[in-house]
Design a protein around this ligand. Structure first.
Ligand SMILES: [Zn+2]
Length: 312
């Protein structure tokens, strides 16, 4: 008796747990199915090209930056196509040509890309400097930040590279057009220093290029599978510094201390003060307010925030 009641009890338990379990599994699978129908779209942008060699090679045995960027990009694209299911890869160039910055970022918008990756190699006067760098527009862009972190980690760990960290516009003190204007999560990868002889050799080697490309590939795979956060780039906040009757140069000394680049724009709202000066290109109000406070502390007491949908 005792044995059979235990049996019945167990049977019921299994039955109920199955009944509870299966609908959930079914829903989960449905969710995954709809998710997986949209491919993961990656736009790879090999920096420079054509008339623009980027950093020129150190010697005749080596290659110009534009060629190195293209070689790494093609390897990365091949890994993605081969090893990451349901992924689509677009290149801003596949040959030695020069697409404009506008054309490069337009491809990301046209293809509704999940990620825009620009591939570059670095240079500096000091020939001892070596290592990789990741550039994003802002640390307040969660998806870009996540992807940069993942690539940096792969470089440091499995690729055994020296990772010099992640930089945003404030940290590097300048905007990078493709990162600022790509409407999707975007990272610019500096694969290493061509000015460091050892690293230049590495960057020119098939081995080095494969290690770099596979590190970026693994980071993208983790990123894709991690359900990355959304990045809203529809609205842009800028700080208007002042307006003037006569034009002054955005490079004027009075703007020297500002953390971000200054742009002069026509001032449509006034017939007298025809020129206005703006700085920053922020995707969150929090960040824009921080910049405004900073700018006011630097003496631009009348500065205020503007918000726009256009990329003017
Ligand atoms: Zn470059």
């Amino acid at each position: 008796m005792r044995a059979s009641s235990t049996f019945v009890y167990r049977f019921l338990l299994i039955f109920w747990s199955l009944a509870l379990y299966y609908p959930t599994v079914g829903q989960k699978n449905q969710g995954k199915k709809t998710q997986s129908t949209k491919p993961f779209i990656v736009v790879i942008d090999p920096g420079h090209g054509g008339k623009d060699p980027g950093r020129e090679r150190g010697s005749k045995k080596m290659k110009h930056e534009k060629h190195l960027n293209l070689a790494v990009s093609k390897k990365l694209g091949a890994y993605l196509k081969k090893h990451l299911p349901n992924t689509k890869v677009y290149y801003t160039r596949t040959k030695d040509t020069y697409p404009t910055y506008e054309e490069r970022v337009a491809l990301a918008a046209e293809t509704n890309a999940d990620v825009f990756l620009s591939i570059h190699c670095n240079s500096v006067e000091n020939t001892k400097v070596r290592g990789t760098e990741l550039h994003i527009h802002s640390f307040d862009l969660p998806a870009s930040r996540l992807l940069a972190k993942l690539i940096s980690k792969e470089f440091r760990t499995r690729a055994g590279r020296k990772s010099r960290g992640i930089f945003d516009a404030v940290k590097r003190q300048r905007n990078l057009f493709v990162l600022q204007h790509a409407k999707v999560p975007s990272v610019l990868v500096e694969c290493g220093y061509m000015t460091n002889p050892k690293e230049e050799e590495y960057l020119n080697s098939d081995y080095g290029q494969s290690i770099i490309a596979s590190a970026i590939f693994r980071a993208l795979r983790t990123y894709k599978n991690s359900n990355p956060p959304k990045e809203n780039r529809d609205r842009v906040y800028r700080v208007q510094l002042m307006a003037t009757q006569k034009p002054i140069s955005p490079q004027s000394k009075r703007f020297d201390k500002l953390p971000k680049e200054v742009k002069r724009l026509p001032n449509k709202s006034s017939k007298k003060y025809k020129y206005r000066y703006v700085t920053g290109w922020e995707y969150t109000l929090k960040e824009a307010r921080q910049l405004l406070t900073q700018v006011q502390d630097l003496g631009f007491k009348d500065a205020f925030l503007i918000s726009t949908k256009d990329s003017e």
